[in-house]
Design a protein around this ligand. Structure first.
Ligand SMILES: [Mg+2]
Length: 234
C-alpha cells in the first residue's frame, strides 16, 4: 500500500517506487471544475432559456430534473445527447467560453514531475472526445500524458465495471501498483470495486467552492502534498 494516510483522511505521503501506473481524471482533478460548473450550471440554462423567453432562474429550475436524471450515466457527459435534448449547439457555445478552461493549482508542475518519472501516466476522463479535444487545444495537456482515454470510446463511464475491463484491455496495468486520482468519489467506488489499491480524491475540485472537509477517500488539496520522491523539475 504505497499511500500513507492520516486519520483525517489526509494523504501524508506516496511511495512512488511501489507504483507503476498513475491514472488521472481531468475535470476537477488536473483542471479547475469551475469552468464546467459555470458552463452547465449557468451558461447552458441561460442559452436554453433565451430561446424560450425564460429568465435564468426559471430555466435552472426546469432543467434541474432533466440534468439529475442523467447523472452518473454516459449521457451526462455527452455533447450530442445534450445538443439534441436541449436543441443547442453545445460545442459552439463551449468554444465561446474556452478562456475559462484552467489548470488546478500546481497541476502542470505535478504532471511534469510524473512525466520525468518511471510511471505510465494515463488520463482517463468521462469528458466527451470533443470536450477533451477543446481542452487539449486550449492548454498543453497532451504533452504530459503517455495516453489519454475518453470513456465514450468504450461506451461506458468510469462509474461502471465495463469501463475498467475495457481500460485493462487497452492499457494493461497492475491494480496493486496503480494510483488513481479523481474528484468523484462515485468513480473511486467503482475503481475500488475493480481492485485498484490506491485511490486519492481532491478537496477542492472547483476553485470557487469551499474545500471539502469530509471525504470518504484519502484526499489532498495541492499536489505538492504528495510529490516528494518524484523527480524534481527546475
Ligand atoms: Mg472529475
Amino acid at each position: 500500500m504505497p499511500l500513507t494516510v492520516a486519520s483525517s483522511l489526509s494523504v501524508t505521503s506516496v511511495d512512488w517506487s511501489g507504483l507503476d501506473t498513475i491514472l488521472l481524471d481531468m475535470d476537477g482533478t488536473i483542471l479547475d471544475l469551475a469552468f464546467d460548473n459555470h458552463f452547465w450550471g449557468t451558461v447552458i440554462p441561460r442559452e436554453w432559456g433565451l430561446k424560450r423567453g425564460l429568465d435564468a432562474n426559471t430555466s435552472q429550475q426546469r432543467l434541474a430534473p432533466v440534468f439529475a436524471n442523467e447523472q452518473g450515466k454516459l449521457n451526462w457527459y455527452c455533447l450530442d445527447f445534450w445538443g439534441d435534448t436541449l436543441d443547442l449547439d453545445i460545442p459552439a457555445i463551449k468554444a465561446e467560453y474556452a478562456d475559462g478552461i484552467r489548470w488546478r493549482p500546481q497541476a502542470e508542475t505535478f504532471l511534469r514531475q510524473l512525466q520525468a518519472s518511471h510511471l505510465d501516466v494515463v488520463l482517463i476522463t468521462n469528458a466527451h472526445p470533443l470536450t477533451l479535444e477543446m481542452k487539449a487545444e486550449r492548454l498543453p495537456i497532451a504533452r504530459w500524458f503517455d495516453k489519454m482515454i475518453s470513456s465514450h470510446n468504450y461506451g461506458a463511464p468510469k462509474e461502471t465495471p465495463a469501463f475498467w475491463n475495457a481500460l485493462m484491455g487497452e492499457r494493461p496495468f497492475n491494480p496493486e501498483r496503480t494510483l488513481f486520482m479523481d474528484d468523484s468519489e462515485y468513480v473511486l467506488d467503482s475503481a475500488k470495486a475493480f481492485g485498484i489499491a490506491d485511490l486519492i480524491t481532491l478537496r477542492q475540485p472547483d476553485s470557487t467552492v469551499p474545500l471539502r472537509a469530509v471525504t470518504r477517500f484519502p484526499a489532498i488539496h495541492h499536489f505538492d502534498e504528495i510529490s516528494e520522491g518524484l523527480p524534481r523539475i527546475d
